[in-house]
Design a protein. Structure first.
Length: 52
C-alpha cells in the first residue's frame, strides 16, 4: 500500500481497513466472493493431499 511505518501506527483501525479495501478494489481484488472461492479451492487441494 506504500505506507510508511509512521502512517501505519498512526492510522485508526477504520482508516487501515478502508485503505485495504481501496487497495484491493484498485487492484481488481474487490470481489469477496472470488477470494472465498479461491480459498475453498486451495483448501480442497490441501484436503486431497491429506494436509488439512
Amino acid at each position: 500500500m506504500g505506507w510508511r511505518p509512521a502512517d501505519f501506527w498512526a492510522a485508526t483501525p477504520h482508516e487501515f481497513f478502508a485503505a485495504l479495501d481501496g487497495h484491493a478494489a484498485a487492484n481488481g481484488r474487490g470481489d469477496k466472493g472470488e477470494s472465498e472461492a479461491e480459498f475453498a479451492s486451495f483448501k480442497a487441494k490441501l484436503e486431497a493431499k491429506g494436509l488439512a
